[in-house]
Design a protein around this ligand. Structure first.
Ligand code: HEC
Ligand code: HEC
Length: 335
């Protein structure tokens, strides 16, 4: 994906002269991928995507027939729910925020604590979880029987996975094919990366430099979707030890998955517990070096000494990562 740039010319910007070759190298690291990865044993077909979309939006996948994946991963809230913490079965508040499901086709370790691998391995988790969708999975009255009892689904499965038995694994696979296609569209930032100097403001460009330089946000928020897919303790204050529950390593105590930053302006409140209300609050949080000093705190988290203008520039830059995506058409569910 690395691009070669043949013409190099100096630019003057905010009083600082940079060789544009430096900036082109940096910009190249953020180029959008050209295709979506699918697993070898669960390739893309349009029929699978359609089936997966129906399942994703279908509340009948829950024990109460009233909660779908889209209840908490709602396209109207950039595929989250706009709440500090998710609300599950019986209106119980969950322990963590519902993250967006945007741009996850590239991510192996899922959840705030990385306990599931790939979208295919994650999809059944919330359906069977008592706290979330509270659906019986196997046996009489279970999910497979329920879905098999809906003629429209029998047809959709036959088209999507011809000759295969309708079982839990196929339900997960179909949902994952749909999710892999949930990708944020081209944002002003991408247009700038592609050479349109007017696509973002000078302040936002300065913010991009700070993000990659003085504030070193890129240490964790790297690549086109702004995540290293890894886990860090950034000093959010609470008793949740995150990935530490699965890995005893010191660095993984209180470590949570680095969220991507695409469409971030639409995704507040922020952090795994919804602790920070606005992007301004997030920048203040990083500027003071997090809220708690612990042994596990990442070495990249320390006071940043940003000026008021530099903080504004960071927020302006992050705001250029939001795309104007087309509203999602809801499926007419099979009967
Ligand atoms: C009641 C709200 C709720 C429902 C319903 C729900 N989720 Fe989630 N989802 C969450 C929360 C909360 C998390 C984070 C939990 C954690 O990390 O411990 C999450 C995490 C995820 C993740 C991981 C995202 C990441 O960045 O790692 C994916 C993918 C996901 N859900 C997909 C689904 C699918 C598919 C369904 C339907 C089968 C679904 N969810 C139903 C609340 C919900
Ligand atoms: C050491 C790695 C690391 C560095 C450096 C870092 N982040 Fe983060 N970022 C994370 C992790 C991990 C989270 C989630 C933490 C949590 O919820 O407990 C996060 C969360 C966020 C969120 C909230 C996302 C959401 O979906 O709630 C924003 C916005 C953000 N970071 C922006 C920045 C900015 C701006 C900088 C630089 C000033 C930065 N980050 C530096 C790892 C990092």
């Amino acid at each position: 994906m690395k691009r070669t740039v043949f013409i190099i010319f100096p630019v003057i910007f905010l009083g600082v002269a940079w060789a544009s070759s430096d900036l082109s190298d940096l910009k190249a690291k953020y180029a959008r991928p050209k295709s979506i990865p699918y697993l070898d044993d669960n390739k893309y077909t349009e029929e699978r995507e359609i089936l997966g979309k129906n399942l994703f939006f279908d509340p009948r996948l829950s024990g109460s027939n009233s909660i779908s994946c889209s209840t908490c991963h709602n396209p109207s809230f950039a595929w989250g729910d706009g709440l500090a913490k998710g609300v599950g079965h019986g209106h119980k508040v969950l322990g963590r925020k519902s993250p967006t499901v945007l741009n996850l086709a590239w991510t192996e370790k899922l959840m705030w604590d990385g306990r599931f691998n790939w979208l295919e391995g994650q999809a059944l988790g919330p359906i069977g979880s008592e706290a979330e969708m509270n659906m019986k999975m196997e046996g009489p009255g279970g999910l497979v029987e329920k879905i098999k009892g809906i003629a429209g689904y029998r047809e959709l499965f036959a088209k999507a996975y011809p000759g295969e038995e309708l079982k839990l694994e196929l339900i997960a696979k179909a949902i994952a094919v749909y999710e892999r296609g949930i990708i944020s569209g081209e944002a002003p930032f991408d247009r700038w990366i592609n050479g349109d100097e007017k696509a973002i403001s000078d302040i936002a460009k300065q913010g991009f430099q700070i993000f990659n330089g003085k504030a070193n946000c890129v240490a964790c928020h790297s690549g086109w979707s702004f995540t290293d897919g890894s886990f860090h303790d950034i000093g959010v204050k609470d008793n949740d030890i995150g990935r530490g529950k699965f890995l005893k390593l010191k660095s993984q105590q209180h470590a949570f998955k680095t969220p991507g930053l695409r469409n971030i302006t639409l995704r507040g409140p922020y952090m795994h517990g919804g602790n920070e209300k606005s992007l301004e609050d997030v920048v203040e949080f990083y500027n003071r070096g997090g809220n708690v000093k612990r042994e596990s705190l990442s070495a990249s988290i320390k006071p940043l000494n940003l000026s008021a203008d530099e903080k504004k520039a960071l927020v302006a830059f992050m705001s250029t990562l939001t795309s104007k995506d087309k509203p999602v058409d809801l499926p007419i569910l099979p009967r």
